[in-house]
Design a protein around this ligand. Structure first.
Ligand SMILES: [Fe+2]
Ligand SMILES: [Fe+2]
Length: 190
């Protein structure tokens, strides 16, 4: 009786495994090389940086802490530079700068918008803004880390230099946000 149950169960399991591990068919214009993938990822983050540039002033306006306002203001200027550096990358590759919608950044920015609606202005909203901003920075750090690794393998030195400069600024911004949160926000929000 027990053996029968076991043999009955295993085919069902097998079907599930086959379904979940099946390869996704590639689109017609799918990337075929690391060069293609690198260019696609550049288009993605180019869109993301531009979208962020539009969202940051709202975050700054909603912040109450002067330290947080200053940190966001600084990063608006840096983000303008990130857009320019990406344009330099496209130029170095001999490609036209093109933006492709980044679903991940859209999601992060949507979440940031909801946080504003879901928090009272003041220390609590500030804590929410920092949380949302740090998620964005972490996403950018991951993205620029990958892009720099690609540029290194592809020996795209000009791109690599620009990507590493931006990566450094994203990391510094993240650290600054942690400092702002530690010094005067999280304790007040409680
Ligand atoms: Fe950036
Ligand atoms: Fe950033």
């Amino acid at each position: 009786m027990e053996t029968k149950t076991a043999t009955k169960k295993s085919p069902a399991k097998k079907t599930t495994t086959t379904k979940t591990t099946a390869k996704t068919p590639a689109k017609k214009n799918a990337a075929k090389s690391l060069e293609d993938l690198f260019e696609d990822a550049l288009k993605d983050i180019y869109w993301a940086e531009k979208a962020l540039l539009k969202a940051l002033p709202t975050m700054m306006k909603n912040a109450s802490s002067e330290k947080l306002k200053t940190a966001i203001d600084k990063h608006i200027t840096e983000t303008e530079g990130h857009v320019e550096r990406l344009e330099e990358c496209f130029k170095a590759l001999g490609k036209k700068a093109q933006a492709k919608k980044c679903d991940a950044m859209q999601g992060l920015l949507d979440e940031g918008k909801s946080i504003l609606e879901e928090t009272e202005p003041g220390a609590v909203r500030d804590a929410g803004i920092i949380a949302a901003a740090q998620k964005v920075e972490h996403y950018e750090i991951a993205t620029y880390g990958t892009l720099a690794a690609f540029a290194k393998v592809l020996k795209e030195e000009e791109c690599l230099k620009n990507l590493l400069s931006t990566l450094e600024e994203e990391k510094k911004c993240d650290e600054l946000l942690t400092k702002v949160a530690d010094t005067n926000l999280n304790s007040k929000a409680m």
